[in-house]
Unconditional design. Sequence first.
Length: 446
Amino acid sequence: MTNVKVRESIQSGFKARMDEDELLNCMRCGFCLPSCPTYIESGFKENHSPRGRIALMKAVADGLIEPDAGFERSLDLCLGCRACETVCPPGVKYGSLLEEARDIIANNKSYSLPVRLTRKAAFKGLFPHQNRMRAVAGLIGFYQRSGLQTAARKIGFMSLLPERLASMEKILPDVPTMKELKNRPEFLPASGKRTMRVAFFRGCLMDTMFLETNNATIKLLQLAGCEVVIPKSQACCGALHGHYGEKDSAKELAKKNIDAFEGSGADYIISNAGGCGGFLVEYGHLFQNDAKWRGRATEFSGKVKDISEVLIEAGFLGKVELELPQQIVTYQDSCHLRNAMKTASAPRALLMAVKGVNYREMDEADRCCGSAGIYNILESEMSMKVLDYKMEKVKNTHAATIVTTNPGCLLQMKLGIEREGLSKSMRAVHIADLLLEAVKTATPAI
């Protein structure tokens, strides 16, 4: 298909599929501008702001401009953090507009062969298949435990890599053995009196690369009096697919998850990853035009809660002692946990309840760290600008511990610590890991 035909096809798609009312809801007031990292870091370029991107989408839908390379670049550079939604007076659903626009483009343009193969390998060959995710994680674990990692570092092999890749290698979590990756529970009883039954969404990266965090999450739920069921047939949440123009694949994964959790009998479906949870709560919107699945998807989304919210509701703070060595702790919001799941106070309440913690709020804690799924890989330069800004705010807190609620944010903050040369005085941890550490410090027998 020629470039002209591709652009015509994309333009037709925008006219047919973009929500005209939602595009018109934008009043061009500019309240979103100070909340947009790419607008600020690009030197205040209007086309890299939410307001500007919506204007471009509307112009393409109306046939006033062509969906050329500049237009695509504007959408590609967006982090999708949705901070703009929280400050928008008319409540424009910018995230939905962005996902629809990216899906139209992805389904009509011709990617180069390497890009096509990469997208197919990631979106169809890897993330939908947990056994393959385990295999990849197993290879990383073998590299870490076999002596290859030590040898590679000792002979200076890492110095041959670009600085950022070498730093990324340092911050990878220790991956459990293949036996541990495969031997996953499906049900765990509550510790003590049962308060509720919850179903745990284990995720794909979370149940491989961050397996110990999942284990910590389950243990915390048990201590809170939750009976935990973990449906075996669940799949990837579909967030990456939905955010990067693979909407049909996202729907297929969502259907698998709805089927898997419907018979769980759970009061809530628990997520411990802001990015996953932020997509799970919008399954209802994903199927808004599908009469067969809309009701089931909406019911599913209505049960999704973050681990921090459920711990508070289940009375976790009254059931355990929490203590850590004296330290300053700060918190970095997961964008989708805050902006999509509307959860911000619960993680802070849990942290401030830990004895020994001097909680210090970070300035602009709700601003994106630059991870944004795979954005830090696809848009490295902008991602690092956003991260550098964030690290200045982190350093101002003088914190020894940065707490996050999402695996991408966790790795990004670890990368920031490495880039700033602070690895000996500062650490980044997931809130579940920190809370379990606090429980064990206060009550070693647990």
